[in-house]
Write a protein that binds this ligand. Structure first.
Ligand code: NI
Length: 181
């Protein structure tokens, strides 16, 4: 178990699509998940994709305890999701602030699908199949974007809302309870 370095925007490894996991329940996969979990917790992340620690596999983790970086978010169950797929359930959207451990210190407003169904596997290979909405759906969409080499600024409709957390808070745009990262 190791806290790994999180790659930052501009690193070309964040832009390459990740490969599917082909063998479940292998020691390498469990070690990867342990490292992802340690790294996410050390950085108070809401989620983390394997690609962000330089491992180009389709593995994401998200959720868990209340998060100081997203103090107003509804709770999301801690989940390890391998080879995820997203289906959009309707044509409603929701815009909200988003951040990323690969884009430290910044927040921007991103429009995401409000209602999704996501499917994948846990590390032993058991199917996960859930309906999600709101922040839960947002986190899953953000993490799965990483697997396709996409960072949230690429999803923004208005780059004028991209800014440093402290400046956005000083200007009254962003909740002062949001922890700086
Ligand atoms: Ni991210």
């Amino acid at each position: 178990m190791t806290v790994r370095t999180v790659l930052r925007m501009g690193d070309p490894r964040l832009q390459r699509p990740a490969e599917p996991v082909r063998r479940f329940d292998e020691p390498e996969l469990h070690e990867l998940v342990a490292d992802l979990t340690d790294t996410m917790h050390a950085n108070s992340g809401a989620g983390l994709a394997a690609i962000q620690i330089g491992v180009p596999l389709r593995v994401v983790i998200f959720g868990g305890d209340a998060n100081p970086r997203y103090p107003n978010a509804e709770p999301v169950p801690f989940t390890v999701l391998v080879n995820p797929e997203i289906a959009v359930l309707d044509d409603t959207f929701e815009e909200d602030w988003e951040g990323c451990l690969s884009v430290p210190g910044l927040r921007g407003r991103v429009r995401r699908h409000r209602h999704i169904r996501y499917r994948g596997f846990d590390p032993p290979g058991v199917v996960i199949d859930r309906i999600a909405s709101g922040f839960h759906a947002r986190v899953v969409q953000h993490e799965c974007d990483h697997l396709d080499g996409i960072l949230y600024p690429q999803r923004m409709d208005d780059l004028a809302t991209l800014g440093f957390i402290e400046e956005l808070q000083a200007g009254g745009m962003l909740d002062p309870a949001v922890a700086v990262d």
